[in-house]
Design a protein around this ligand. Sequence first.
Ligand code: ADP
Ligand code: GLC
Length: 494
Amino acid sequence: MHVLSVVSEIYPLIKTGGLADVAGALPKALATQGVRVLSLVPGYPQVLAQLPHRKEVGRLEAVLGHTAVVTRAQTEGLDLLVLEVPELFDRAGGPYLDKHARDHPDNWLRFAVLSLAGARIGLGELPDLKIHLVHVHDWQAALLPVYLRYRYASTLPVVCTIHNLAFQGQFAFDIAPRLELPTSALDVDCLEYYGGIGFLKGGITCSDIVTTVSPTYAREILSAELGMGLDGVLQARRSALYGIVNGIDADVWNPAADPHIPMTYDARSLARRQQNRATLLDRFRLPDHGGPLFAALTRLTWQKGADMLPEAADEIVAHGGHLVICGQGDRAIEETLHICAERHHDRIGLHVGYSEDLAHLIVSGADILIQPSRFEPCGLTQLYAMRYGAIPLVGRTGGLSETIIDANEAAMAREVATGFQFHPVEPHSFREAVRRACEAYSDRDAWSGLQRQAMKADFSWERSAAQYAQLFEAVWTAWRQSTGGSAPAPADHA
Ligand code: ADP
Ligand code: GLC
């Protein structure tokens, strides 16, 4: 089966968060299930620079007034189509923000072009590319099924995965005429959203199947509390909504063979972590006071509870611990963290920025990884931390609640605990969890047991990829039956 995955970021070419990790790892896992994935990504400068040997496979004319050159390249087990529209994608900054951290003002157009181009490729406009199903990720690709249904009256199967409902691609209604869609697509049953245009709303409405990245989050988004205004729309698609938990790329995140860390190790050689811990403290110029080393590796946003870090920092310091923070995001939060780090200059270290290297050093050297998310569709950092024997301490929400077994008395006695959860996600319970973790840390044997248990947890992609493959297969089979078997015959992508 041949799937076109349409996505706005993909590891290792371009990454702002977990979406890229998933988009980069899932195709490799699906390959073992007999699903071949071709990933369509925008030609950002970071992508072009890393794919010097890409070959042109065709051109798409008149994509909302733009011409797209589509090139193809293979790297790191990925088969990629690059959508080259230099005036839209080959520019300074990140995929979504300019160099002053403001949204690119034409994001609606950039990702409408990605979606429309994806739809046309799915429909076979480029030579020798047969696609049986399209997998779209997040709002940036969510217009694709809208184009298929309303512009081409096509029933080509589409699965839409929501990685984070907080980002919906909402724009003023005045872009509507420029989307080149019939007016029927613009009404309240599809794109219209509180007087504006909602890309993700359209994707949820027009896809055959909607998935999100954990079963818990799939339930949570049906509620007014976490539905972010789309709970009604999701309720209407309830029978087509699935939660499939993310996995991790066990080659990229492997403490036994990680080129980013000073000392590799596994569950039988945990003592070797000590050197990584020392290097990590050193990197932040912190003396080792002997207490636990906490770390936060996260976007510094309200979603991630980063505003609660200063209170937790006080608690950590009060218990003789240290805290290192690596992240970027909300300027006001960055500022309060700077003040906090100055206040506890020999206990708290802060790196504002994005660093792949430091990310690996953190999970390999920290004792406890804190993630006080207010909501979390899945979360990957806690999974990486567990694999590296850094114990996660998390808010009990979304994917965090189902990937970690809380170290309560019963779980410790049965030796099944893998981390600490707190609820409600508020400063006082966060502080309480910090106290619990510090107490547990002081029992070194019990702590090593917790580490080994966390490292044993299996978050490989295998099971989840099988679930995606099953869904894809079911949707494609239903489509073949409904079209009387007129599906294109499987043919090589190449
Ligand atoms: P989200 O996608 O919501 O940010 P996830 O936990 O799914 O959350 O994924 C976050 C990804 O981004 C992980 O791979 C994590 O290691 C990485 N990450 C987050 N902040 C940084 C940072 N400052 N430097 C390097 N990697 C980071
Ligand atoms: C989003 C979510 C995160 C999830 C990631 C990958 O960024 O915030 O929880 O792990 O997507 O699916």
